[in-house]
Design a protein around this ligand. Structure first.
Ligand SMILES: CC(C)(COP(=O)(O)OP(=O)(O)OC[C@H]1O[C@@H](n2cnc3c(N)ncnc32)[C@H](O)[C@@H]1OP(=O)(O)O)[C@@H](O)C(=O)NCCC(=O)NCCS
Length: 180
């Protein structure tokens, strides 16, 4: 199955809705998502400028992932990163190589972008280690948060970079925006 890469702004409405449904099935919230379809699509399109979406589609959407550019602030100055998020495969399609195809497509796009490195949080570090990801242990903050600028904006147990060979700075990292 080929992975389709589509700029966020150009994703057709039905695919955007399928992506939102797959994300919701993967990470259900306590409350049902009562937004109208139009509202869901509108929010999806506004996720961020320069975001690229990756779809694994076979009759229905089986896998999804996103990358998006951001500038973060480190002890070595500001660097351009690509964030990686929403990596998910339909429960019934797991274990057949779709996750691999999605992540390889995302990391290939990172390689071709002008970002220095890819940065993401995860609960499954061993999965990403297969694709040359590496765990980092910096303190992360979000100084754009007026209420709690020193709070860790990430919530998963692990933060990783790709490629593992990147000369990642030590010290505090200001994510310069919300966690993802
Ligand atoms: C993690 C996830 C995307 C993997 O998708 P998948 O299609 O099942 O993965 P693949 O079949 O492509 O597996 C590729 C390789 O990773 C391994 N792998 C898969 N899931 C793994 C996990 N949770 N931990 C460690 N290794 C894992 C597979 O064994 C396989 O290894 P191999 O090539 O040596 O045989 C999928 O399980 C998922 O959607 N999980 C829930 C959401 C999630 O945790 N996403 C990651 C958020 S950061």
């Amino acid at each position: 199955m080929e992975i389709q890469q589509i700029p966020n702004a150009e994703v057709p409405d039905d695919l955007a809705l399928a992506a939102i449904a797959l994300e919701y099935a993967t990470w259900p919230t306590k409350k049902p998502d009562l937004r109208s379809e139009a509202e869901k699509v509108r929010t999806y399109r506004n996720r961020s400028v320069g975001r690229q979406a990756f779809f694994a589609f076979d009759q229905k959407l089986l896998g999804y992932a996103e990358i998006f550019p951001r500038v973060i602030h480190t002890s070595k100055g500001s660097i351009k990163i690509m964030g990686l998020g929403s990596v998910c495969v339909d429960l019934e399609a797991r274990g057949s190589g779709l996750g691999r195809k999605l992540v390889e497509a995302c990391f290939d796009a990172v390689d071709k972008s002008n970002a220095d490195v890819c940065l993401f949080q995860t609960g499954v570090p061993d999965f990403y280690k297969k694709f040359n990801g590496k765990c980092v242990t910096n303190v992360f903050v979000n100084r754009t948060d007026p209420d709690d600028p020193e709070k860790n904006p990430f919530w998963d147990d692990y933060v990783m970079i790709y490629p593992s060979s990147y000369n990642w700075p030590s010290g505090i990292i200001d994510l310069n925006g919300k966690g993802y």
